[in-house]
Write a protein that binds this ligand. Structure first.
Ligand code: SF4
Length: 64
């Protein structure tokens, strides 16, 4: 499983960080998401998926 972030869509709203701050962090200067670990273990799928789904502009996706 791999996290993909489309920085062209990201608006720095921080919902992903609020849901999973172990995987996502919003850069305060750039107002863009920084994926801290783009290859989560399978055991974290539900946790990461909830954060991906929380993005209001569909900037995040899970591959695999
Ligand atoms: S929730 Fe979406 S728009 Fe907001 S910081 Fe995360 S990826 Fe960017």
């Amino acid at each position: 499983m791999r996290i993909q972030a489309d920085l062209g869509k990201c608006e720095g709203l921080g919902m992903c960080e609020a849901m999973a701050n172990d995987y996502f962090e919003v850069d305060e200067d750039e107002e863009l998401v920084n994926v801290l670990d783009d290859a989560p273990p399978e055991s974290d799928r539900a946790h990461v998926y909830a954060a991906v789904q929380a993005c209001p502009v569909q900037a995040l996706s899970l591959q695999g």
